[in-house]
Design a protein around this ligand. Sequence first.
Ligand code: DPP
Ligand code: ZN
Length: 894
Amino acid sequence: PVLVRREDYTAPSHWIRSVDLSFDLDPAKTLVINRMRVEPNADRPGEPLRLDGEAITLTRVLVNGESVSFRNEGGQLVLDKLPTEAFDLEIRNTCAPEKNTELSGLYTSGGGFFTQCEAQGFRRITYFLDRPDVMAVFKVTLKADARAYPVLLSNGNLIDSGTLDKGRHFAEWSDPHPKPAYLFALVAGNLVCREQKIRSRSGRDHLLQVYVRAGDLDKTEHAMNSLIASVAWDEARFGLSLDLERFMIVAVSDFNMGAMENKGLNIFNTKFVLASPATATDVDFGNVEAVVGHEYFHNWTGNRITCRDWFQLSLKEGLTVYRDQEFSQDMAGEASARAVKRIEDVRQLRQFQFVEDAGPMAHPVRPDQYQAIDNFYTATVYEKGAEVVRMMATLVGRAGFRRGMDLYFQRHDGQAVTCDDFAQAIADANPDSALSVRLEAFKCWYAQAGTPRVNASGQFDAVAGSYTLTLSQRSPATPGQPGQAGKQPFVIPMALGLIAADGVALPLQLEGETAPHGTERVLVLEQTSQTWVFTGLGELTAAPVPSLLRGFSAPVVLEWAASEAELFTLLAHDHDAFNRWEASQKLALARLLAAAQADGGAAHLDEAYLQAMRHVLRDERLDAAFKELVLTLPSEAYVAERLAEQGVPVDPQRIHAARETMRLQLAQALHDDWVWAWETHQDNGGYRPDPLSSGRRALANLALAMLVLAATLRHDPLWPGRAYQRVKDAGNMTDRAGALAALVNARASLAEPALERFHAQFRDEALVIDKWFSLQASASESDGMVFARIKALAQHPDFTLKNPNRARSLLMVMTQNPAVLHRADAAGYVFWADKVVEIDAFNPQLAARLARALDRWRALAEPYRSAAREAISRIAAKPELSPDTREIVTRSLA
Ligand code: DPP
Ligand code: ZN
């Protein structure tokens, strides 16, 4: 395997200015004619041209119409002795779409042709300089059988179409915007589309289209509405308009990723485009909106300005995730709904990115090296990258960030640039900002891996009326980067407030200031340790409670030894909804950690905690969605990481037992409150996926889960019966799937008939059958029954490893269910390892994802630790492993 290093970047030997592609589409053998206009790079005269190519068959090479000699070297096509002026290069090759099981390049799915070119799929279509800094204007001609493939699409605008002989037809597309090859796309198939004409703020007309298979048209309304909203949002918030006459989204059911932002022709995993109340949950509706937004926003942040090289991936992904998160918050509307979205995003970040940052795959937001770039489409590059952009926005303010974005486009539109270029533009547009004066130090966020720890301690001086806050930071070691002294301090924006014991927000005046500056402010921690003194607190009789890291203003672990009383105060009174939720999680976490380490492992919930939870549940001023988040216990994975951080070997079975015991106590102790919550959160009107009603459904579903759990233990048929009834007659998928999950997780006897019914009802809806698998794979483990069920489901006639969504619905979900994966008899690991190897033979990208499930094996207690290492070693011992999976297991064992 070849190690690619960021330091080794050099400009290309040649530029490809335009491409004229012609496809004769045939599943078995597609002919590609690729005519390029090539220009030597004046900075690198006389160099040979090395074109990337993979899994394609070359038939002809012409330079200015003449055949030339060429050689093959390291998988590349090398042309020496080329003209020193611009020239025409024509390549003919073939590829075999129906044999392409990797789903990278040109492949078939459900009888149609689709492409995926990011990061390096274009080289599997034709020979090219397959790197993002080579940008060309594309013209594409598609020829195919007219009956089998009535729809022929590519990027840009349709300029011609017509019939050919032998029942074939053609379409010619032209994309006026220069783009890197990873943004190329084509689609051919039997598809229908929903379309809508819109007029933008700037008065231009556009045609929006969503293409799906014939039976799915009724599931496209939400995607279309999300697209329309995305276009309007980017214009309003960032002044960025749609630059194409036509913008298309196409759904495909075989897809490795979520979706792809190909210029003007986004290709989506069906999971992130199709949604109807009958088949999609509220979470699905939210995901569709977010992903449609994400891909659309890439049109500017990614496509108009792209990455110089793949190490800069976060330039487009971190920024675009930040933009889609902001979009979803703006769509949610009210402050409380925005906070809910923020809490959900942070929960994701901690569950996946923090874990990644603590393990063998830890890497900076801008990585320094890779073997397989596909392995670096990670939570770090995406979600931590978004937090880095968010911190910049915090440091320059909302208006300042807009100025920075404007400058970024003014400077770099049409270019392939770096993360440094972005940060520089934001800083330069705000010369006096907290970012600008610390820009070099701030860039540590791009260069240093690992989640910083921030320790906070406060001291109240009642006589002086002052509160002294000391913040200090340290960084853990990560692969290739020593910790502590080896890392520079980060620039950490710390949003905070101070609260009096009675809940009043205190005015914040720092020593040396003549007046307070509001009740919330952002301090910037930039040294190893810093102290701030708040004054003017003479009226206070008791120490104020600090509300730190409000809104999760930086992606750090906050170490603050809060007392129970302080946490209860924050939970009841903090003006920052994020920190109210955080206090609830800390209260739960303390109890979970104690129980997971105690002999016998049983948590016993105290009355103070239960009373606080009851209060939240019954509080009329709080949104249902927020209540559901507060009353949901921290995940087993989150608990495991906190233990690992304290150096305690992780026993996943004990954590599971502790959490389940606690859940049951919550169910029993709050029984009447859950009944109240269920009864008062029923909606009878039509389904709408807005934050208010989806919050009500989320809370009602949690209440039902709790009630079914407690009732099943008492052998009381009432609540399981109600849940079963709901599975039968629910008016939407959120309620139906919630009721089914309640039965399955409680191991109620009605779970089996409910599962059967659900399957029978939705047997023809692939995405719903995915849910049917994942719901069973994510069930609460007990006596190995869930694991046994998963093994049986792997043999189910509806199961296949070939469809990534289906494979993930069982296997990825299983690996995210700790008590199923980590078994004392190692059977979970053995099953996992077998599947990784099996999938790797035909789809390395998918296998490499699954291979990451045991990243944190070193943190495990015995016997898990040794057994996990053995399972990884078994994979590593296979000589025929793909470079993708090889890189993962090698790093894991290193
Ligand atoms: N670039 C895609 C996305 O994140 C992933 N292939 O939108
Ligand atoms: Zn993206």
